[in-house]
Design a protein around this ligand. Structure first.
Ligand code: ADP
Length: 190
């Protein structure tokens, strides 16, 4: 099954995705991880993406759409993927719909991890402190920009999927285990 995990930075998408990989054998496709790998490898895409990512802005739709499309064509994507960090704009969501149709794939669920913003700022500040700033975009200033980018560009995909009847929402303020249990219930019913 193919699923999307949606939610602002710090909502716990990565943590939940990791659990789903272990428990359901799904493949996690994180556009953030893929872009960071491109930056580290100093590929052409990586070189262009770096400054944008460091600011907390979004890399162009074309670039991430191509990255995901290529990745979905690889053999290991056939048994099911978790999209984490993609789509992040309505244009990406529409491109994903077209791409899945073309590839003969379907979405089993779109799961929104809903959290309140004050808690997010605390979580990300904690993550930044724990990782010693290992990620150039894990700073308080970029976080504020990433949250505002989320509100303006990503949040509109929630009504996009709700209108299609595909959206399921879990309470991301609950414990990690509770969130996992809520997601499991949604996937078992899908
Ligand atoms: P987060 O901690 O917010 O979940 P990610 O690791 O998903 O962050 O992404 C880090 C950065 O990579 C984003 O701030 C953005 O610059 C870029 N990025 C990741 N996914 C996308 C996407 N789907 N569209 C555009 N930019 C993206």
């Amino acid at each position: 099954m193919n699923i999307i995990l949606l939610g602002p930075p710090g909502a716990g998408k990565g943590t939940q995705a990791e659990r789903l990989v272990k428990e359901r054998g799904l493949l996690q496709l994180s556009t953030g991880d893929m872009l960071r790998a491109a930056v580290a490898a100093k590929t052409e895409v990586g070189l262009r993406a770096k400054t944008i990512m460091d600011r907390g802005d979004l890399v162009s739709d074309d670039v991430v759409i191509q990255i995901i499309s290529d990745r979905l064509d690889e053999a290991d994507a056939k048994s099911g993927v978790i999209l984490d960090g993609f789509p992040r704009t309505v244009a990406q969501a529409a491109a994903l719909d077209a791409m899945l149709a073309r590839k003969g794939m379907t979405l089993a669920a779109v799961i929104e991890i809903a959290v309140d913003e004050a808690a997010l700022v605390q979580r990300i500040e904690k993550r930044a402190a724990e990782t010693g700033g290992a990620r150039a975009d894990d700073t308080v200033e970029t976080l504020r920009n990433r949250l505002s980018v989320y509100r303006q560009q990503t949040a509109p995909i929630i009504p996009y999927y709700r209108d299609k009847g595909a959206l399921k929402t879990v309470d991301g303020m609950a414990s990690i285990d509770q969130v996992s249990a809520d997601i499991a219930a949604i996937l078992d019913a899908a």
